[in-house]
Design a protein around this ligand. Structure first.
Ligand code: PEP
Ligand code: MN
Length: 308
């Protein structure tokens, strides 16, 4: 194998990728929640409102959708991107969305914190090369039938072209069984963690295809060393325009993440609330500065006590 850049050089060789105000690959897990598809501003507002108070570090929502049928809804495009951009600013939470072509890269990179490359594009080599020319983090999903080596080499393309910010995502592979949508390959997660310094996260939603399987798969993924999760969740799951059968309700999403805490701790990891991370305040020279949530709260307490 000649994944020169993606290969791990030793046990401590780990890349920590910064995604907006969150990180992936260090002690802190990155949990990403949100709908398969951005459907309206009200939908994304409800998602952000509900999930950012739970321990979710980033939001997802597709605006360019790879659909099996050309007659299915293809996503809101630029209009959806504007919604994501507003949500990201208003709620101070990073957003992740898919790019399907080279032409979409600049607009999406200007409005989102991480670019998702879907399974169907994992070996779109021209797209991978173009992604190597930006510095925005890339969430690279495993191809439907890609071997671990092919998956690693796809990441290598992005690294070799100059972008070191790659997060790999196991999302299930195709097999003969039809009960689940795909087969979640946790063996690949363990193997990848040994082979590469890049963070590896898991998408139990597209693997399972059924919401009642998602929580247990998510817990298993964290137990076996995944650096995070990306999970489809929707204010009204059964009304989702795409992937309705696998979407969790927002309450179930929050409950799931809470149940991950002791598992994370058992494997030496941690889940930090997004609002505990950083806070934007206006300082005495009228400039916006970022401070930690705890610092903000203690300053706020100190000044309100002083004023009494
Ligand atoms: C998605 O994340 O909604 C998606 C289409 O995923 P995948 O590319 O893994 O099928
Ligand atoms: Mn989906």
């Amino acid at each position: 194998m000649e994944a020169k850049l993606a290969s791990k050089k030793g046990n401590d060789d780990k890349s920590i990728i910064q995604v907006g105000n969150a990180t992936c690959g260090g002690k802190d897990l990155m949990i990403i929640g949100g709908p398969c598809t951005v459907e309206s501003e009200a939908q994304m507002e409800a998602v952000a409102d509900h999930l950012k108070h739970g321990p979710v570090q980033a939001l997802r929502g597709g605006v360019y959708k790879p659909r099996t049928s050309p007659y299915a809804f293809q996503g809101m495009g630029i209009e959806g991107l504007k919604i994501l951009s507003e949500i990201r600013q208003r709620h101070e939470i990073p957003v992740v969305t898919e790019v399907m072509s080279i032409e979409q890269i600049d607009a999406v990179a200007a409005n989102a914190d991480m670019l998702q490359i879907g399974s169907r594009n994992m070996q779109n080599f021209e797209l991978l090369k173009a992604l190597g020319k930006v510095q925005t983090p890339i969430l690279l999903k495993r191809g439907l039938c890609a071997t671990i080596e092919e998956f690693l080499m796809a990441a290598e393309y992005i690294l070799a072209c100059g972008n070191a910010n790659v997060i790999m995502c196991e999302r299930g592979i195709r097999s003969f069984d039809t009960h689940t949508r795909n087969v979640l390959d946790l063996g690949a997660v363990v193997a990848l963690k040994q082979l590469t310094h890049l963070p590896v996260i898991v998408d139990p939603s597209h693997a399972a295809g059924k919401r009642e399987l998602v929580a247990d798969l998510a817990r298993a993924a964290i137990a076996c060393g995944a650096d995070g999760l990306i999970i489809e969740s929707h204010p009204e799951p059964e009304k989702s325009v795409s992937d309705a059968r696998q979407a969790l309700s927002l309450n179930d999403m929050v409950e799931l993440v809470i149940s991950l805490r002791p598992i994370a701790e058992a494997v030496g990891r941690r889940i930090i609330r997004n609002d505990r991370r950083q806070f934007s305040i206006v300082n005495s020279s009228n400039k916006h500065v970022k401070v930690s949530f705890e610092k903000h709260i203690s300053r706020f307490r100190a000044s309100s006590t002083a004023g009494r």
